[in-house]
Design a protein around this ligand. Structure first.
Ligand SMILES: N[C@@H](CCC(=O)N[C@@H](CS)C(=O)NCC(=O)O)C(=O)O
Ligand SMILES: [Fe+2]
Length: 290
């Protein structure tokens, strides 16, 4: 039987090279947003909702009905707009259930005993194999750890939202060196994605536009198998991934972003002067650029 073919629209966020998605059931026009970005300028500490508002404007112009606000993992390079979108639309949010383990890791790093580490900030925590619907479109969750230990892939009809596992075939794979990351787990997650039917449309979480080419984000399982150098040899993957990761600085705003994203995209509460502040741990990691 042919899988359902959802409508998928990607929104590229230049600052972090992230792709945010709207996936819709063509029969009912019900849709979900995946990995929305809350704009953040770390130089001035400013937050804005331009990216998220553009997605809402698209949904309104297409007369779609939003049913889910989904994240694939707690992002290290941008703020999630999940909390903002929930506040504006009232629609439920969800993420992978193992986010609680990532919360526990970062609660220690941030020295924030008050941080809730039970995942209660989201409306639903997805386990491997969970099913849910977008209109009449049935979706399935695959646990895809490696980049983070909570990462999940959403499979909706013939489309899979594979976030930071594989990038476009010319860009290889995601890194696996964040706290809780693991290159061997990432290899298993990639192998499971490549077990999907060859014509499955794969939508990646980032595109860093190698050599300045146009941003793109859609490939297929068959194309990844044929063209992505990182999936050619499983034995080499873990070794070469670890070697490359050892050379990568942490994302510019990782320490800013995780305290927000592990609170489902909620900014810290304002202090007595009405201003919100982020907390940055000093000397928590030995990966400084010097
Ligand atoms: N330069 C970027 C790096 C972002 C980054 O590390 N991205 C992750 C995904 S969240 C990744 O897998 N990058 C692969 C790579 O840089 O090779 C930043 O500072 O934000
Ligand atoms: Fe990521």
């Amino acid at each position: 039987m042919m899988s359902a073919r959802p409508l998928v629209k990607g929104f590229y966020e230049e600052r972090s090279g992230s792709i945010q998605y709207v996936v819709a059931d063509p029969a009912t026009k019900c849709c979900a947003i995946i990995d929305p970005v809350l704009d953040y300028d770390e130089k001035s500490g400013s937050v804005a909702t331009k990216s998220a508002d553009a997605i809402l404007a698209y949904i309104a112009s297409e007369k779609m009905k939003l049913q889910w606000i989904l994240d694939t993992h707690p992002h290290a390079d941008h703020f999630s707009a999940a909390a903002y979108l929930k506040q504006v639309t009232g629609v439920p949010t969800a993420i992978g259930a193992r986010v609680t383990e990532v919360q526990k890791l970062w609660q220690k790093i941030y020295g924030m005993p008050e941080m809730k580490v039970d995942g209660s900030q989201w409306d639903r925590l997805f386990e491997h194999g969970d099913l849910f619907d977008i209109g009449e479109l049935s979706c399935r969750v695959m646990h895809s750890p490696g980049h983070t230990l909570a990462s999940i892939t959403y499979v909706a009809g013939d489309a899979a939202f594979i976030h930071d596992t594989l990038f476009m075939p010319d860009s290889g794979s995601a890194r696996a060196d964040f706290p809780g990351g693991n290159a061997a787990d990432l290899w298993c997650s990639i192998a499971a994605i490549l077990e999907l039917p060859g014509e499955t449309r794969l939508f990646t979480g980032h595109d860093y536009r190698p050599e300045g080419r146009e941003a793109c984000w859609e490939s297929t399982v068959a194309q990844q198998r044929a063209e992505n150098p990182h999936v050619q040899n499983g034995d080499d993957f873990v070794r070469s991934r670890q070697k490359r990761d050892a050379t990568l600085p942490f994302p510019r705003i990782m320490l800013h972003a995780l305290q927000v994203n592990l609170n489902a995209g909620r900014l810290p509460e304002p202090e007595s002067n009405g201003s919100r502040y982020l907390k940055i741990p000093l000397d928590a990691f030995s990966v400084a650029a010097w």
